[in-house]
Write a protein that binds this ligand. Sequence first.
Ligand SMILES: [Zn+2]
Length: 161
Amino acid sequence: MQIADKCVVAIDYTLTDDDNNQLDSSAGREPLHYLHGAKNIIPGLEAALTGKSVGDELRVDLEPEQAYGPVDPELIQSAPHSAFDDMSQVKPGVQFQAQGPDGQVRIVTVKEVRDNDVVIDANHPLAGKALHFDVTVKEIREATQQELDHGHVHGPGGVHE
Ligand SMILES: [Zn+2]
């Protein structure tokens, strides 16, 4: 069986950046299960997996545009201290959830704490980074109709029923 749309795929992966820092890995955990063709994973990785079989190992090198996109300068903004419940928790590198103008919850990273305001960055933490995945395909199966309806995987390695 080869990976195609409407397959549930399990992969082991290690994600590194250009400096060979490990950013994420499934080592020691369940493999990542995802629904192929449903945008569960980033587009460049999904495209590279199409047509692969169980046991295949691949190295996928992605430019930022194929991963989490370039850094958008408009998403780097300043907020007054009064926007934060507890300023003692606000330090560079701290991440918190905020609701954007579109109502979507996004992760915001504190860039700098200044006397009068705080510089916050609502770009994805991996925006602007080239990413390198080492992937092993562990399992491929057909998705159930319910999984296709929901657009995600159920059962082991997946989400709720
Ligand atoms: Zn569901």
